[in-house]
Design a binder for this molecule. Structure first.
Ligand code: ADP
Ligand code: ZN
Length: 191
């Protein structure tokens, strides 16, 4: 990203699971550190993947983050002189995330957010899509389809090894579930 003096903006990193969103977010944070920027990193409490207090990529990279429950808590934790604000798993935040990101960018900060654009049904997930429309920069990443090897834009949800159906609840207590990266053709959502 180019350096724009005295101006904030929003960058969105989106795509399916395994597309490298967290990897890319971590990469941008590390590069901002070389620029000696003051950086704050946030993620929702809901995501307990690997490590509760870090942004973690499936490639093993991680960076310490502040866990928050509601988007508005970002305003409570952020220091006035923060120059870069990174937020992972934005699809899990409430509507307030829009206002928070806009006002951070308006006040001159670089806001980098990463999150899923679609849920396992292939439908818009949370407020990622609205943020994409307001952002200055959007990168939509693709994983690799584990069935056919093409670029994968979708997240396949499996319950006990079988494709989850449209009506299956997003959170299932007790069932063994897993996720895979798949392309449009190999993505299955039985009715
Ligand atoms: P995201 O945040 O989008 O879920 P991550 O940054 O956590 O992505 O993970 C990206 C890493 O996942 C890749 O660098 C690669 O090591 C690994 N990976 C596992 N399965 C796949 C796949 N099907 N396609 C691409 N990368 C994969
Ligand atoms: Zn495929």
């Amino acid at each position: 990203m180019h350096l724009i003096k005295n101006m904030g903006w929003i960058e969105v990193i989106t795509g399916s699971m395994f597309s490298g969103k967290s990897e890319e977010l971590i990469r941008r944070i590390k590069r901002a550190r070389y620029g000696k920027k003051k950086i704050e990193v946030f993620k929702p409490k809901i995501d307990a993947r690997y490590c509760r207090k870090s942004v973690v990529s499936h490639n093993g990279d991680k960076i310490t983050a502040t866990n928050i429950e509601r988007a508005s808590e970002i305003n409570d934790f952020i220091s006035e002189d923060a120059q870069v604000v990174a937020i992972d798993e934005i699809q899990f935040f409430d509507e307030e995330i829009i206002k928070v990101c806009q006002s951070l960018a308006d006040s001159g900060k670089r806001v980098i957010v990463a999150g899923l654009d679609m849920d396992f049904r292939g439908e818009p997930f949370g407020y990622t899509n609205l943020l994409m429309s307001m952002a200055e920069y959007v990168d939509k990443l693709q994983a690799i389809c584990v069935v056919c090897g093409n670029p994968a834009s979708r997240t396949q949800r499996l319950i006990e090894g079988r494709p989850a159906s449209l009506s299956d609840p997003t959170i299932l207590v007790g069932a063994k579930e897993s996720y895979e990266a798949r392309c449009r053709q190999c993505h299955e959502v039985p009715k």
